[in-house]
Design a protein around this ligand. Structure first.
Ligand code: SF4
Ligand code: SF4
Length: 149
């Protein structure tokens, strides 16, 4: 009987993945679409519940093709930036794999279902305010602790 092959994220490093494999690692949680604040003294990153105004209720980017023009600070993750992935949310597949960890049961690649990231409460669905409604000077009042360690 043939042995079942290990899934690609266990066999390959982030740098070795095809573009399609790389893209499929994104679980659709939209945690990276939350606004962040960085402490100038120690560089600590704090996540807030304030989300980018272009995030839909289903956690999708509504301006995906033009996101870099609409939101210059929108981050485009690339394999060559792996050493900087420490600031990513603690559940993000790119960060987990860059730290030698595995994907959890709710990740769509493991469950086979894109809805499990929402059902497990990992996505930001229903937990955010829009940055169209909350001015930047008030973001500090909206700091959350469920995205960072
Ligand atoms: S935090 Fe990571 S897994 Fe979640 S949407 Fe952003 S890139 Fe994708
Ligand atoms: S532009 Fe799109 S991908 Fe970028 S932060 Fe906003 S919603 Fe997220």
């Amino acid at each position: 009987m043939a042995q079942k092959a290990e899934p690609f994220w266990k066999r390959k490093s982030l740098e070795e993945m095809s573009r399609e494999e790389w893209e499929s690692l994104c679980d659709g949680c939209a945690r990276c679409c939350l606004q962040k604040l960085q402490d100038e003294e120690d560089d600590q990153v704090y996540y807030t519940r304030v989300a980018c105004r272009y995030m839909s209720e289903s956690c999708r980017c509504t301006v995906y093709q033009s996101r870099n023009e609409k939101v210059p600070t929108c981050v485009w993750l690339k394999p060559e930036d792996v050493e900087h992935f420490f600031w990513l949310p603690n559940t993000c597949a790119y960060r987990l794999l860059s730290e030698g960890k595995d994907l959890d049961w709710w990740h769509p690649l493991v469950s086979g279902d894109p809805e499990t990231v929402h059902a497990a409460g990992i996505s930001v669905q229903g937990k955010t305010l829009s940055d169209a409604d909350v001015p930047e000077e008030e973001w500090e009042e909206q700091i959350i602790n469920w995205c960072s360690d």
